[in-house]
Design a binder for this molecule. Structure first.
Ligand code: XBP
Ligand code: MG
Length: 264
């Protein structure tokens, strides 16, 4: 049986709830900047999140909600321009410190570091967005906590493809069975388990009802000693919040044995 050597963290929805009040707001500001009367409300954005990647999400939106614009050379240029503007606005929101880390994230990062468990990021968003979130929430010294930040366009296929997790494993020099991933979405779980990595899910308002087949456990959050998690699937032990001991116990359990993928 391998030992747990690294935690691989997703970013958006896992480290922080960045989608509704971060990325979505930034997209809308970019639309206004470009003179477009498009608006992604909270509910519509939840539907668009089925597509990982901001540029890919824009193309999906145009194909399905603005079909008169699709398949033109100008559309490629527009997507690039919109995503550049959106990222500028997102970085402003991050710098303003408007979006905190989710409960338990900072504590768990500290526990892992103290125990010599390596840390990595495997995300669809851009590297600069990751750096901005870490800087705003943990300070610039946190950049060095992560041995690997695998982010954005550095892989040919984004989540749910496993590419970003394979890249993170390669850069870590570790095997999948030496690691545990933390994710928030169905696309994320497909990606991490597709790379053979045992995965813990902490849902958010956009992902709570998604299919997490293959996950080791599904919780409402990592939680804190005075702010426990709700178990949605796959865990029946006495713990009320996620600490390193919890992750170790999840890690040593056999991979999911049921068709549903979540360990009973
Ligand atoms: C979630 C995503 C990202 C963000 C938008 O990433 O799908 O694309 O929604 O960020 P994660 P970009 O893998 O961390 O859950 O516009 O930079 O793509
Ligand atoms: Mg995510």
């Amino acid at each position: 049986m391998s030992t747990l050597k690294a935690l691989l963290f997703d970013v958006d929805g896992t480290l922080a709830d960045t989608e509704r009040d971060g990325h979505r707001v930034a997209f809308n500001r970019a639309f206004a900047d470009c003179g477009l009367n498009w608006h992604w409300g909270v509910s519509l954005y939840g539907r668009l999140l089925q597509v990982s990647g901001g540029k890919e999400r824009l193309r999906f939106y145009i194909q399905n909600w603005q079909p008169e614009m699709d398949s033109s050379f100008e559309t490629d240029g527009l997507i690039f321009e919109l995503h550049q503007a959106k990222t500028r606005y997102y970085l402003e929101l991050m710098t303003a410190g408007l979006i905190p880390l989710r409960p338990g994230v900072e504590r768990l990062l500290g526990e892992a570091r103290s125990a010599g468990i390596r840390l990595a990021v495997a995300t669809t968003t851009t590297p600069e967005n990751v750096i901005a979130l870490l800087s705003a929430t943990l300070g610039e010294q946190s950049f060095g906590w992560f041995d690997v930040i695998a982010a954005g366009d550095c892989v040919p296929d984004k989540k749910p493809a496993p590419d970003i997790y394979f890249l993170a494993l390669e850069k870590l020099g570790l095997d999948a069975d030496e690691c545990l991933a933390l994710e928030d979405s169905d696309n994320g779980v497909k990606s991490s388990t597709g790379a053979g990595i045992k995965t813990l899910v902490t849902v958010n308002e956009y992902t709570r009802d998604q299919d997490f087949t293959g996950a080791a456990a599904v919780l409402s959050q990592l939680g804190e000693p005075d702010n426990g998690f709700e178990v949605l699937a796959g865990y029946t032990g006495p713990a009320s919040y996620v600490n390193l001991a919890f992750l170790q116990s999840l890690f040593v359990r056999p991979k999911s044995l049921t068709g549903s993928g979540v360990i009973p």
